[in-house]
Design a protein around this ligand. Structure first.
Ligand code: AHM
Ligand code: MG
Length: 339
């Protein structure tokens, strides 16, 4: 059977999904192009001196890497020329960004308009180590018929996303997307510069024997999280009656991809150290898109207390605790926390 390209896939999906209009297709095609360009920048690595840290600090209070800025500029450039993008928020920008096309063509905007939220380079503390990093994106409907939707327009629960995805820059560049109709994975064929469908209909098994958490924060965890991980560590002799493996890449894209490929559960819970800020991971462009993907693959996603996709955000850079992956494991974590 001939390989299915991303464009062929989208034509087929348009026949099936009412919400997949030409505007949304063009946004998704541009996001895929931005991911290709970012992959190229990441692959060039030390050759272009892009693996260095900068002196600048982003809105999150984190030191920026040169590649954080390069990848952010790549995504902005694509949004600047796509009339279906009404505004965006990025991990690297303090406020809502309005694409240039809005300024140049003030009176005309199309009916099909979307809001983008993205992390242009997630896991960027890994770039100097040549460990996989990725880009994460979320597409929301634009609720207002106003030219420049303000931050309030982005404060929609994640269940309203019309599309979410990530690209992983690893041995090969992969693009994983959901349009609310399952999860499909594409691999970039560098000989044709096209994304080709390689793993359709990815599914996460409901049970797991692998967990991912940064164990160095153990002393700050809530008792319920101590209990859950403690029971995993007891192994076959303990209450869970099975051995668990553990992984921590410190790159959420790589962790979620592993869970889609071979199952497991990923946790970055809130704890006594980061409670004030709500957690480590950002709701709009990390937790929400990954939760949409995981749920569409048959998994579950919560803060350890509530479903992430139900949360109505307070502000665009809100942070939350994240527990996602195998449904039965997430349910167990929730049960321990909600007791
Ligand atoms: P980033 O967006 O600044 O890269 O931060 C998010 C990353 C996630 O990819 C990963 O799960 C987590 O931070 C790792 O954090 P830690 O270094 O605390 O283990
Ligand atoms: Mg990130």
């Amino acid at each position: 059977m001939p390989a299915t390209s991303l464009s062929e896939y989208l034509i087929e999906k348009q026949k099936k999904l009412a919400h997949l209009n030409d505007g949304l297709v063009s946004v998704l095609v541009d996001l895929a192009e931005a991911c290709k360009k970012t992959a190229h920048a990441v692959n060039q690595g030390a050759l272009t001196h892009s693996l260095e840290s900068l002196d600048s600090i982003n809105v999150q209070g984190e030191k920026q890497q040169a590649l954080d800025v390069i990848s952010n500029d790549i995504f902005l450039a694509f949004a600047d020329q796509n009339k279906h993008v009404a505004g965006l928020v990025s991990e690297e920008l303090p406020d809502v960004y309005f694409p240039h096309h809005l300024q140049s063509d003030a009176d005309q905007f199309p009916a099909q308009r979307y809001l983008l939220a993205f992390d242009p380079l997630d896991g960027s503390s890994n770039v100097s180590l040549n460990i996989s990093v990725g880009s994460i994106f979320s597409v929301l409907p634009c609720p207002d018929a106003v030219q420049q939707p303000q931050a309030q327009a982005f404060l929609q629960a994640g269940k309203h996303q019309v599309c979410a995805g990530y690209a992983m820059y690893g041995f090969s560049t992969m693009l994983v997307i959901t349009l609310g109709d399952g999860v499909d994975c594409f691999t970039l064929d560098e000989t044709t510069d096209e994304f080709v469908l390689t793993s359709p209909e990815m599914k996460i098994p409901q049970d797991a024997n692998e967990f991912a958490i940064n164990m160095s924060h153990q002393r700050f965890w809530e008792p319920a999280m101590q209990r859950y991980v403690g029971e995993c560590l007891q192994g076959v002799e303990g209450v869970r009656k099975k051995d668990f493996n553990m992984r921590w890449v410190a790159s959420m894209v790589a962790e979620v991809h592993r869970i889609l490929v071979r199952g497991g559960v990923f946790m970055y819970p809130t704890d006594s150290k980061i409670k004030k800020q709500g957690g480590k991971l950002r709701l709009l462009y990390e937790a929400n898109p990954m939760s949409f993907i995981v749920e569409q693959a048959g998994g579950a996603s919560s803060t350890a207390y509530e479903r992430i996709l139900d949360i109505i955000p307070d502000h665009i850079h809100q942070r939350v605790g994240v527990v996602l992956g195998a449904k039965h494991e997430v349910e167990l974590v929730n049960a321990y926390h909600n007791r």
